[in-house]
Design a protein. Structure first.
Length: 103
């Protein structure tokens, strides 16, 4: 199953504009295997967060992008929860990756 197909199965579905922004942030990753969802979603969230911080765009005008970052991290942990023994590793990797966005 692809990451895009896995996302399409999530319930409740995000509002259409947010779903579109999530897919844009994921880019080609939506075609990757959903087994990698924790890493793929965190990577996309970190890339989008880095872009926002580089532009100093963290105000109201960037609400949709900030919601997409949040949703991507949430999806990463939702996917990781399928294998509870991976949660610590996923959390540590997510913290490391997201903290790099601020540098």
């Amino acid at each position: 199953m692809t990451l895009g197909a896995w996302l399409a199965e999530r319930s409740p579905a995000p509002p259409p504009r947010l779903a579109e922004r999530i897919h844009q942030a994921l880019g080609a990753r939506v075609s990757d295997d959903a087994e990698g969802a924790p890493t793929l979603c965190v990577e996309a969230a970190a890339d989008l967060l880095r872009e926002l911080l580089t532009r100093s765009a963290t105000g109201r005008e960037s609400a949709l992008e900030l919601l997409a970052v949040d949703a991507l991290v949430t999806y990463a942990f939702e996917a990781a929860s399928a294998n509870p023994s991976s949660l610590t590793t996923t959390a540590n990797a997510a913290m490391a990756r997201l903290s790099l966005a601020a540098q």
